[in-house]
Design a binder for this molecule. Sequence first.
Ligand code: ARG
Length: 437
Amino acid sequence: MKLWGGRFKNAESKLMEDFNSSLSFDKTLYYEDIIGSIAHVKMLSKCNILTEKEKETIINGLNEILSEIESGKLKLEGDYEDIHSFMEVNLIKKVGEVGKKLHTARSRNDQVAVDMRLYSKSKSKEIVENIDILLKTIKKIADENHVIMPGYTHLQRAQVVTFTHHMMAYHSMFKRDKQRLLNAIEIMDENPLGCCALAGTTYNTDRHFTTKELGFKKPVDNFMDGVSDRDYLLELISDFSIIMMHLSRMSEEFIIWNSKEFDFIYISDEFSTGSSIMPQKKNPDAAELIRGKTGRVYGNLMGLLTTMKGLVLTYNKDMQEDKEPFFDASDTVLKCLKVMNGMVCTLKIKKEKMYKAVKKGFLNATEGADYLVNKGMPFRDAHGVIGEIVLYCEENDKAIEDLQIDELKKFSDLFEIDIYDFIDYENTLNRGIKKEM
Ligand code: ARG
């Protein structure tokens, strides 16, 4: 069932019909399509293009369709070109001839554009809410675990940090992600309804009315841009990609920390799976899947950027390819945020294991050098002296603070008893990270 055909002599090939149809995926937009149509019909009546009675009949019909879809009575399937044709044909079936007036002063080009704006705006707000939940969870686990751990560069133990500080680094990342999404929502919050096919309509319509009805900030400035702009989807998927990149880094940390080699954390059974052959295995699949799904979100971004590249104004059917990447990217990021939140909520920190790694890692070596500098030695020489001490400690399986003062004095007579306080891990933290917080 199509909305066109008058100018055609021959029927469309079945193959082409299948190829062209988008209902299997744009059915996701059923709700936005209906509320967009209701706002449009209200506007038509306000502008005296439809009578009050016609408006009522159409709106009632659309509301019935909505409840039938939601109750499962009306299935979003069948021989329709897209969700827009589905709605119009079903409306005509329901309310008769007057249903044919719904599409007055509108094209599917501005219709699909308004549907996607509404859908992507509300989905992005849902993602923002889920970032907020994750932010709270990260803050909570950070606050509850003021535990000393090694901080890394090059994945080599570098300096002592706290689990709190490490987690709050991710808090900063997700806070920026939230802001980025809010900015994108602010920019895209414009109404394309009324642009019609590409150049507006001869009817005296009111774009400000539908803008208000649908909760947009303003109507788009330019009709041709209004029907062919997909920047907002690209911007949102870019933001989703950055969120996924952050989630993947966090996942990778958890995977490493959960390994027996590190053994810093315990990922709960709820977010782990087993092996079908190796009974001893408990795998961090949730974290691995988040890391893996990052690739498909990047893929969606690349796909849509490539679809849009070089497209002349205005609407081209290529743009129908904007939906699946956006749906997939937004669903994926939402699910990953929820799973990450669940995993962080149930994470257990192995305080002793972290402390042991700090001791084994000579994480107060830099502070040892700073001590000698404070006593008057040039930094480069102090670096050399501490390097020799580290070598000696490694050979004797000791930490710097385990050496007696006489042993230390063999390397430099600047060492006094206050060295132990100076290189104490808590004290180094207090002079470093903590003083900045
Ligand atoms: N299914 C189409 C899409 O998603 C709707 C717009 C169709 N417009 C047209 N002129 N054929 O882009």
